[in-house]
Design a protein around this ligand. Structure first.
Ligand code: 8YV
Length: 310
C-alpha cells in the first residue's frame, strides 16, 4: 500500500497495536503503519505499541517527528534521552491501567500461595478422579508480601493484598509516607518476604535488580511474582533458583525476551506463566487507547501532551 499523496500524513503507527486502536488511528488521523508510509516527511507523531523499540535508528527514519505516544505506562522501549535530545516529547498511559495491573499482581500472589492454577491442572489431568490429592497450600492472611517498587501500581496491589490479610513490606527508590514496613534494599526486603512482588519500571536503572542474591534472600519457602518487566529479574538466576529449590515458586506475567518463555519454566508445575496480560481487559485497553488519542489531539492542537513522561 502506498499513501495518499494529497493527504499530509501527520501520525504514524509503530509496533504491535491492537486492531481497535489501529482502527481509531486510521479513522481519526488516517495514520498508516510505518511500513506502509511512502514518505516520512511531515510525520509529527508516532504511536508506539507492543513495547516496540524506538531508538536513534527509528528516530532517524522520521526526520520531522515531534512526539511519541506510547501505548503503555512503561516506556523502557523508548530511548527518551535520545528523543529529548532531538526535541521530541514522549507520552505514556498512566493511571488508567493501575487497577487492572494491580488486580493481576494480587491474583498472582494468591495463586502462588494457594496453588489455584496448579490445582486446575491437577483436576484436568484426571488425578483427582483417580483419588490423588493436591498438597496443602499457604494462607494469604499473615503472609508477608514484599512490594518491590511502591509506585501507583505497587500501592494499589499492596492495598488489595492488605484486604486479604497480608502484611505489607516494601522497598522503593525513596521511602514513602505509608505505614508499611520499609526495607533499604531489595535483598533485605526479600529476606523479610514470603512473596516478593516486582512492580518497578523497566529500563537500565532496574536491569536484573532481582538477581541470585535477592532470590537466595527470598529463600526456599519464598515466591517471586513479576508483573513489571522481564528485564528486572535475572531470568537465568530465577531458573537456577527454582531448579535448585532455593525458592518455592513464581508467578510471572513478563519475561526477558517476550514472547519467548524459557523451556525450563514451561516444564515446571511450581510456576504460573501468563502472556503479559496485566492491562489486558477490554475496559482498560480502551481507556489506554482513549488516552493515547487525547495525547495526540492535545499535541496536534496545542503542542502539548496530556500525560508526558519524566
Ligand atoms: C501493555 C504494559 O501490554 O503498560 C505497560 O507498560 O506493559 C502493558 O500495559 C504493553 O505496553 C503493550 O503495549
Amino acid at each position: 500500500m502506498t499513501t495518499d499523496t494529497t493527504h499530509q500524513v501527520r501520525v504514524v503507527q509503530l509496533g504491535g497495536l491492537m486492531p481497535f486502536v489501529r482502527e481509531w488511528l486510521t479513522e481519526r488521523y488516517a495514520a498508516p503503519r510505518l511500513a506502509d508510509l511512502a514518505d516520512p516527511a511531515g510525520v509529527e507523531v508516532a504511536v508506539v505499541g507492543g513495547g516496540a523499540k524506538v531508538g536513534a535508528a527509528e528516530l532517524d527514519a522520521l526526520p520531522d517527528l515531534r512526539a511519541i505516544a506510547n501505548f503503555g505506562v512503561g516506556y523502557d522501549n523508548v530511548d527518551v534521552a535520545e528523543a529529548t535530545r532531538r526535541g521530541i516529547v514522549v507520552s505514556n498511559t498512566p493511571d488508567v491501567l493501575t487497577d487492572a495491573v494491580a488486580d493481576l499482581a494480587a491474583a498472582l500472589v494468591v495463586d502462588v500461595l494457594r496453588g489455584i492454577t496448579a490445582a486446575d491442572r491437577f483436576v484436568r489431568s484426571g488425578a483427582w478422579s483417580r483419588g490423588e490429592r493436591v498438597p496443602l497450600t499457604r494462607d494469604v492472611r499473615g503472609s508477608v508480601v514484599g512490594v518491590l517498587g511502591l509506585g501507583r501500581i505497587g500501592t494499589a496491589a499492596a492495598e488489595r493484598l492488605e484486604a486479604f490479610g497480608a502484611e505489607i513490606h516494601y522497598h522503593s527508590r525513596s521511602r514513602k509516607a505509608v505505614a508499611w514496613a520499609y526495607h533499604p534494599s531489595p535483598v533485605e526486603l526479600a529476606a523479610a518476604s514470603d512473596v516478593l512482588v516486582v512492580l518497578t519500571p523497566g529500563g537500565a536503572g532496574t536491569d536484573k535488580l532481582v538477581d541470585a542474591a535477592v532470590l537466595d534472600a527470598l529463600g526456599p519457602e519464598g515466591y517471586l511474582v513479576n508483573v513489571a518487566r522481564g528485564s528486572v529479574v535475572d531470568e537465568d538466576a530465577l531458573v537456577a533458583a527454582l531448579e535448585d529449590g532455593r525458592i518455592a515458586g513464581a508467578g510471572l506475567d513478563v519475561f526477558a525476551d517476550e514472547p519467548h518463555v524459557p523451556e525450563a519454566l514451561l516444564r515446571r508445575d511450581d510456576v504460573v506463566l501468563l502472556p503479559h496480560v496485566g492491562s489486558a481487559t477490554t475496559e482498560t485497553r480502551e481507556a489506554m487507547g482513549r488516552l493515547v488519542l487525547a495525547n495526540i489531539d492535545a499535541f496536534l492542537e496545542r503542542g502539548e501532551l496530556v500525560t508526558p513522561v519524566g
